[in-house]
Design a protein around this ligand. Structure first.
Ligand SMILES: Cc1ncc(C[n+]2csc(CCO)c2C)c(N)n1
Length: 274
């Protein structure tokens, strides 16, 4: 049995729990509360920025030019591509995608935990650990989308048709297969301790994928103490803060205000990178 297959087997109960989670069942049935969708997209936008950086750190630790190219291409696809599922979610919620993206949202505890997990593995771990830490993200979404297709054959009028088609696509499956192959190759040349660390990174990401859906569904936020940040003077050319929050006041929020109960934090007054 390949290394990736053995990890997948160990994580089977987590994959099953994710499938049964009300967020995922809501996706399958085409029924999710608006505020849940908006909370998810606000958090996931930031998750994807972190994920992109983790690919960048994998690129920096690549052993071959082929691996470098693979991560380079993945970064490109991620920057352009994952808009489709987010736009689909926002359209169902009756909210403008741009407005949701622009509205300030503090990383919820689980999203914060997941981001820190990936970044710490990316900073401290081997290339094998980085591939292991990002793999559940890809594997779980492809599995969910394919299971929805197999079980309910959604038609084009399914509210989440674009989301489902995006993750069930051949392109996504090919990207998943490429990561699995890379993990197996890296595991083949790893010692026992390295393989253990890869497994541990993989299983923690699986657990955090479950928690991420749960965070969205329960509208999880830091309670009861909002964190406050000092005002920071604007930087000349920066126009976006990655990961923590975007500038809150630019976009028209008329269609999202009041839906998500997002805490208002002091505006940064400019942009600060992470
Ligand atoms: C919490 C969370 N986990 C997984 C995905 C899905 N996803 C994100 S990046 C990627 C690989 C594409 O390069 C995939 C499948 C998500 N959106 N949010």
């Amino acid at each position: 049995m390949s290394f990736a297959t053995s990890l997948r087997q160990e994580a089977q109960s987590i994959f099953d729990s994710i499938w049964q989670h009300p967020f995922v069942q809501g996706l399958a049935k085409g029924e999710l509360p608006r505020e849940v969708i908006i909370h998810y997209v606000q958090q996931d936008t930031q998750y994807l920025n972190t994920y992109c950086k983790v690919y960048g750190m994998a690129l920096a630790k690549a052993h071959t030019q082929a691996q470098m190219r693979a991560f380079y291409e993945r970064i490109g696809l991620l920057l352009d591509g994952e808009l489709v599922p987010h736009q689909n979610l926002c359209q169902v919620a009756g909210a403008s995608y741009e407005a949701v993206r622009q509205k300030a949202a503090e990383l919820a505890p689980t999203a914060h935990h997941y981001a820190r997990h990936m970044l710490s593995v990316a900073q401290q771990g081997t290339l094998g650990e980085i591939v292991a830490v990002v793999l559940p993200c890809h594997w779980i979404y492809v599995d969910i989308a394919k299971q929805i297709v197999d079980e309910s054959h959604p038609a084009a009028n399914h509210p989440f048709y674009d989301w489902i088609s995006f993750y069930a696509s051949d392109r996504m499956q090919a990207g998943l297969n490429e990561l699995i192959t890379m993990l197996d190759e890296l595991a083949a040349s790893s010692g026992e301790l390295d393989s253990y660390l890869m497994k541990s990174a993989f299983l923690d990401s699986c657990r955090l994928e479950y928690q991420f859906f749960d965070m969205a569904y329960k509208l999880e936020r830091w309670e009861p103490t909002p964190r406050t940040l000092p005002d920071i003077p604007p930087l000349p050319d920066a126009d976006r803060v990655l990961e923590r929050r975007d500038r809150p006041n630019d976009a028209s929020l008329s269609d999202t205000r009041g839906l998500s109960d997002t805490r208002s934090l002091p505006a940064l007054g400019g942009s600060r990178d992470v």
